[in-house]
Design a protein around this ligand. Structure first.
Ligand code: CTP
Ligand code: MG
Length: 221
């Protein structure tokens, strides 16, 4: 069974507010992307990797992969204007032989091997997809303008992380069907009626969004 990983790294990182895309933000003297790239390269579960790069950053991505000795990286494609479009562009370069495709945000540098194992175990159990989730730590409110209109029951709610793993055919079908506003691939697969299992996530999979997140993740390395 061939397992491919797609790393979506094509976002602009507007909330980080740097002079370069988030994937090239400085994390412990390396580009942020280096961390997830190296971890997926080292994973026993992953056979090949495709990266969706920001426009004009395809070459730096390939150079980075070479510098890190990431021989599993087969291509850096130009990402799209939405995350879903970036996934679609990368999927074009994923081999038809791939049975399983993992999609990961470059914005989450630390990828624990145990999470990948939990995801792939779920697919072996027959699920179409699997996502790592964490419980919500805070009380959740629904607001309209600045008025709190409801306190939402946290029971049954979870925060979804990446990597997310899918049976390749299920992911390809979901991504081809549109839904480009989806903020993760699972939403697209769920939208087509796919069965997605929630597995235990990991706090280290924190998504770097604002500058303070970079410092926090750096302190964990
Ligand atoms: N992403 C992508 N292509 C896009 C938008 C996002 O590949 N057009 C990727 C990002 O590179 C990131 C992941 O999707 O790894 C999650 O997106 P997010 O954290 O929102 O990153 P950015 O869009 O780069 O950040 P911001 O929203 O602050 O601009
Ligand atoms: Mg974004």
């Amino acid at each position: 069974m061939s397992v491919w990983a797609v790393i979506v790294a094509a976002g602009r990182g507007e909330r980080l507010g740097l002079d370069r895309p988030k994937a090239f933000a400085n994390l412990c003297a390396r580009p942020l992307l280096a961390e997830s790239l190296q971890r997926l390269e080292a994973s026993d579960w992953i056979d090949s990797i495709v990266v969706a790069a920001p426009p004009d950053w395809e070459e730096p991505v390939i150079l980075l992969a070479e510098e890190l000795g990431c021989g599993k990286v087969v291509e850096a494609v130009t990402g799209g204007t939405t995350r879903a479009a970036s996934v679609r562009a990368a999927l074009d370069k994923v081999s038809e032989d791939a049975a399983v495709i993992l999609v990961h945000d470059a914005a989450r540098p630390i990828v624990p091997e145990e999470v990948i194992e939990r995801l792939l175990t779920a697919l072996n159990e027959g699920w179409d997809g699997a996502v790592p989730v964490l419980p919500l730590p805070d009380t959740v409110k629904r607001i309209e303008g600045d008025r709190v209109v409801e306190t939402v029951d946290r029971e049954g709610l979870a925060m979804a992380q990446t990597p997310q793993a899918f049976v390749a055919t299920a992911l390809r079908e979901a991504v081809a069907s549109g839904g480009d506003e989806a903020s993760d691939c699972s939403a697209q697969v769920e939208g087509l009626g796919g069965r997605v299992k929630a597995v235990a996530g990991d706090p280290r999979l924190l998504k770097v969004t604002v500058p303070a997140d970079l410092e926090l993740v750096a302190s964990w390395l």
